[in-house]
Structure formats: structure tokens, C-alpha cells
Design a binder for this molecule. Structure first.
Ligand SMILES: [Zn+2]
Length: 227
């Protein structure tokens, strides 16, 4: 997963200006917003027609999405959208996150300075700045930015093993794909503000609490996806 790219002033993630990047972004948005349903076949030929590009960038994008856990490739069958995570996996993910992220937020807050705070503010700010963009693109961008924001906090907390462990789960892609709903993003923005306030104050216990509340609310917002 590419978590190092920085957004430009317009809030778009400038992965590259290449065709491959745009094709990737288009398919990513369809997967995240469930336009391509979990488990559905994805044929290269259909994508070629739909996006009006050659096979090469489609194959590149699908390979990258496979690495991110959003697409699976089956021998002799080809590509399909990864199945939705199970309720059990969802519960396990949130237990893991609740064990690791509130403590990491406290450590990040204790190590906070102006430069680090600016990085976190920028990462958080991009999520709210997509007015006018296509709803699916906005949603998928939010999911990616949320991943970057949480990853930055883990980076500042300073434990690379914890950071790698959570990155490896592609948590944010899987949980945001459970439900395509604006409430998921709007409420999270307020919770991120509370986190940023704690970071700005360098208040470790407030940051820990804000992260715990954010994760618990995030879990509760997405739970209806299993009903
Ligand atoms: Zn978040």
C-alpha cells in the first residue's frame, strides 16, 4: 500500500499523472463504493470497454489492487473483487486496533511538535476538502486518507512493528468497503478534530481517549453492514 504519497493543494492524491494511475484510481473507487460488488468477477475486456483504455494499465491496476487485498486472482478464472470481510474478522480487527492505536496516539502526542502537528493536520484536512468531486471518488479518497492519517500517527508513535502489522491488514480499505455511506465519513471528521486538538495540546491521555472513542464509534457505524 502506498502511504507515502502526499496530496496536492486540491486534495487529490497525485500518485502519478500517468494513465495507469488514473485507471487504478477509477477501479479503486468502484471497489470501495461497491459499484463492483464483493466477489464479482472483473474481466479485463469489460474494463477495457468501460474505461476506454488498453489492457496494459488495467492489468497493472488489478495487480496493484491484488497487492492491497481488494482484488483476488484465481488460476484459470481471473480477477474478482475480494469478498467482504467476515463479522468475525471485523471484530478481530477492531480488537487489534483498540489494543494498539489508542496507546500509539498517546505516544505520538507525547512526541508532538509543530512540524509533526502540521503533517497530521494536512493528512486530516484533505479528507474534508473534496466538495464537488464525484461521490464515489470522494468516498474512496476518504478511505485512503484515513489510512494515511492513522499511519502517520503510528509513525510518530515510533514502533515500526506495530505500524507494519496494522498496514499489512489493509484495515481501512476493508472496513470502508463494508458500507458506502456519507455518515461514515462525516462523523469521523469530527472525531479526527478531537484527536488533532489533543495532539495540539500535547496531551497524551486526551489523545488516547480520543482515539479510543474514534475507533469505538467507527466500529459502531459500520456494524449495521452485517445485519
Ligand atoms: Zn480515522
Amino acid at each position: 500500500m502506498s502511504l507515502t504519497e502526499t496530496p496536492d493543494h486540491s486534495g487529490f492524491i497525485q500518485r502519478s499523472n500517468s494513465l495507469a494511475g488514473s485507471v487504478y484510481e477509477a477501479i479503486f473507487a468502484q471497489l470501495m463504493s461497491l459499484k463492483i460488488a464483493p466477489g464479482a468477477r472483473i474481466t479485463v475486456d469489460n474494463m477495457v470497454r468501460e474505461l476506454n483504455v488498453s489492457q496494459t494499465p488495467i492489468r497493472e491496476a488489478l495487480g496493484r489492487l491484488e497487492g492491497e487485498g481488494l482484488v483476488v486472482k484465481t488460476h484459470l478464472i481471473g480477477y474478482s473483487a475480494a469478498p467482504q470481510i467476515t463479522r468475525r474478522r471485523f471484530d478481530e480487527l477492531y480488537v487489534l486496533r483498540l489494543l494498539l492505536e489508542p496507546d500509539s496516539a498517546a505516544r505520538a502526542a507525547a512526541a508532538m511538535d509543530e512540524a509533526k502537528l502540521a503533517v497530521l493536520r494536512e493528512a486530516a484536512g484533505v479528507m474534508g476538502r473534496r466538495e464537488g468531486a464525484d461521490e464515489r471518488i470522494r468516498y474512496s479518497t476518504f478511505a485512503r486518507q484515513d489510512a494515511i492519517f492513522h499511519d502517520k500517527i503510528l509513525e510518530l508513535a515510533g514502533n515500526e512493528l506495530i505500524r507494519e502489522t496494522l498496514n499489512h491488514q489493509h484495515t481501512h480499505f476493508h472496513i470502508f468497503r463494508l458500507m458506502f455511506h456519507s455518515r461514515v465519513t462525516e462523523e469521523a471528521l469530527d472525531e479526527h478534530e478531537a484527536l488533532l486538538a489533543a495532539f495540539a495540546a500535547g496531551d497524551a491521555s486526551a489523545a488516547e481517549k480520543a482515539m479510543r472513542i474514534h475507533l469505538e464509534h467507527s466500529r459502531d457505524r459500520l456494524l449495521p453492514a452485517f445485519e
